[in-house]
Ligand binder design. Structure first.
Ligand code: DQA
Length: 148
């Protein structure tokens, strides 16, 4: 089994009750469960971490370089603000998929800019909770390519 970090940032712990018209009604626990099951079917072991703290997200990324082969990251609002998180993605060097439930390009102008997008392999945004499943598929494909 290949190991992948699924990292969720601030306010995503409130999924299910947080702005359901934008983010849907599924809890993070349920989303993680579905993503984990799908990942397993593709030979991937997902390790999910959520934190509201920028430093913890960075520490978790640093640790991932010792055990993970890839990262799926929903950085929440830090997507739009955090140079430190972007630097951490570069420093760690693991293939990283940026994921968002909402379509960040169809919302407020400040969400259209992602500081992390240029250092990620790609971005999946706008498919609700299913964005996570698409991200699992993407990382599985990337890891397969690396094997060849
Ligand atoms: C989000 C989009 C961000 O702009 C926002 O700050 C979030 C959630 C998403 O998944 O759609 O917290 O990352």
């Amino acid at each position: 089994m290949r190991k992948v970090l699924l990292l969720n940032g601030p306010n995503l712990n409130l999924l299910g009750e947080r702005e359901p018209a934008i983010y849907g009604t599924e809890t993070l626990e349920r989303i993680v469960q579905r993503a984990t099951e799908f990942a397993q079917s593709l030979g991937i072991e997902l390790h999910a971490v959520q934190s509201n703290h920028e430093g913890t997200l960075i520490d978790t990324l640093h640790q991932a370089r010792t055990w993970a082969e890839g990262v799926i990251l929903n950085a929440g609002a830090y997507t739009h603000t955090s140079v430190a998180l972007r630097d951490a993605i570069c420093a760690v060097g693991l293939p990283t998929i940026e994921v968002h439930l909402s379509n960040i390009h169809a919302r407020e102008p400040f969400r259209r800019r992602s500081l992390i997008a240029p250092v990620c392999v790609g971005t999946i945004s706008g498919f609700g909770a299913n964005s996570y499943l698409l991200a699992v598929q993407a990382i599985a494909w990337i890891l397969e390519q690396k094997q060849v």
